[in-house]
Design a protein around this ligand. Structure first.
Ligand code: NAD
Length: 450
């Protein structure tokens, strides 16, 4: 679907009108293309006194070829000049904040730098997860960071995003910082991400991180699933693209395009878990990345919803995934990645989608149960929760609701399938060994359910 409003709002005539009427102004987002630099300008890294991460971050950005702005010079410049648009990203290490009065250091930093970001700029605040803090006052101050970051996501505008990353002392940061700084995270904003301990992934080829890996993507014939398959293949994976037999033609075309394998299978079929496990075992002996993306909607308010509509949505979106996991999890080696596709409606609920929201909330439960259970095996479990993404599924929405859904987020536009796919590729990366148990919304910081 073409977003006609966004096209108009970015035209010469539209820009002026949109500004005069105070209408949403969707900025074209910077998205990643192979060969793009990580960021489009210098990055400023600063820290509250006692921060443990700033030196590590500076070093890894330096290794990645990023130009770092000196914090003292930047503070002087910001005070002396009102010219905005000079920095690609602001990273603030708040791990040294141990009481609420010290939150003032964040005000001082962001107040001075609020107008210095380039379009599609990035704000990243680093902290310690409240549950990992030694003292109650530290935990309270660290929890407070969420309010600041979510507000920045809503305030800074011009396609910029803001995230809070809670990092354990020995958390590998590179993969997550690379994702958040780059155009790969264009539609991810206002998120709280937890990184636990893991191996640093120092030998990761950041252009082809999945080289030699086998990845399964369900519901891959079209929409978000097709984008996931393409991105994982771009990143080097051998992709097994699965979809129902009725989607055999587009599925075969996609598999050809990405030099992967097509597998026609209805995930709800009684023999699907065994057939899938057998196929993975016979063809590859293992599967490194599993992406449960297949999903359906059958919308009706509860009073009008048939039992068939309830059952089919629960079965495709949740129960079949549990049955399949039971059969294939043993094929995931150490370093394996289990990735679920939930939904914003699984977080917020939605009128007319009780079946869908129940299934997608269950998917979040699955992450919460399996992430700790599989941690000892070195397998990570995470979910994306997309908001409004432009796909055949959302193209079927009533026009008014579709238009409202597009605008009700901090970026004032719908996301693209590639935005969900890039987030999944970050979870899948060998560098993301510390990223587990996360549910990351790809929703442009939707105002619903936040
Ligand atoms: P889509 O309808 O465009 O594609 C879904 C794919 O899943 C189709 O190719 C379909 O054939 C396949 N599928 C359905 N039932 C299957 C089954 N029983 N076995 C195997 N394959 C099956 O949907 P989409 O918009 O690309 O959504 C992909 C996922 O993202 C779904 O889980 C959906 O719930 C989720 N999601 C989408 C949005 C959005 O805005 N589009 C938002 C939140 C979550």
């Amino acid at each position: 679907m073409v977003d006609r409003y966004a096209t108009f709002a970015n035209s010469a005539a539209g820009k002026a009108l949109v500004k005069r009427l105070g209408l949403p102004a969707p900025t074209p987002l910077r998205r990643h293309s192979p060969g793009d630099p990580l960021v489009t300008g210098p990055v400023l890294v600063d820290a509250a006194p006692g921060g443990r991460l700033a030196p590590i971050v500076r070093e890894l950005l330096d290794e990645a070829g990023v130009t770092l702005r000196d914090p003292v010079a930047a503070a002087v410049e910001a005070g002396a000049s009102a010219t905005p648009g000079r920095l690609a990203a602001l990273i603030f290490d708040a791990t040294g904040v141990t009481s609420s009065d010290q939150l003032r250091t964040l005000y001082d930093f962001f107040h001075a730098q609020a107008r210095t970001l380039l379009p599609s700029g990035r704000v990243i605040v680093l902290g310690t997860a409240p549950e990992d803090c030694a003292a109650p006052r530290e935990a309270i101050a660290q929890r407070a960071l969420e309010g600041l970051v979510r507000s920045i996501g809503k305030e800074f505008g011009r396609g910029s995003t803001a995230q809070l990353v809670y990092a354990a002392p020995d958390a590998p940061l590179t993969s997550t910082l690379r994702f958040l700084l780059s155009g790969r995270s264009a539609y991810v904003s206002g998120q709280v991400i937890r990184i636990g301990p893991g191996s640093p992934g120092s030998d990761v080829d950041w252009d082809r991180p999945l080289e030699g890996k086998v990845a399964l993507v369900t519901g891959a014939a079209r929409g978000i699933g097709a984008a996931i398959a393409r991105v994982l293949a771009r990143d080097g994976a051998r992709v097994i693209a699965l979809d129902v037999p009725a989607a055999g033609e587009p599925l075969a075309a996609l598999a050809n395009e990405i030099r992967g394998e097509a597998l026609q299978l209805d995930v709800t079929a009684a023999d699907a878990p065994d057939r899938l496990a057998g196929c993975l075992r016979d063809r590859h002996g293992r599967v490194d990345v599993v992406v449960h993306n297949a999903g359906i909607t059958r919308d009706r308010t509860l009073g009008r919803m048939s039992a068939e509509q309830w059952d089919s949505v629960l079965d495709v979106n949740l129960s079949s995934q549990e049955r399949i996991n039971d059969a294939i999890l043993e094929l995931l080696p150490a370093g394996g990645r289990l990735i679920q596709v939930s939904s914003m409606n699984g977080i917020a609920g939605n009128r007319g989608q009780a079946n869908y929201a129940t299934s997608k909330a269950g998917v979040i439960g699955l992450v919460q149960v399996l992430a700790p259970a599989l941690a000892a095996r070195g397998v990570t479990v995470n979910a994306v929760a997309p908001g409004f993404i432009e796909t055949p599924m959302t193209a079927r929405m009533p026009a008014g609701l579709r238009e409202a859904s597009r605008r009700l987020n901090s970026l004032s536009q719908g996301g693209l399938p590639i935005d969900v796919a890039e987030t999944i590729a970050w979870f899948a990366s060998p560098g993301s060994s510390g990223v587990t148990g996360n549910v990351v919304r790809v929703c442009g910081q939707s105002l619903i359910g936040a």
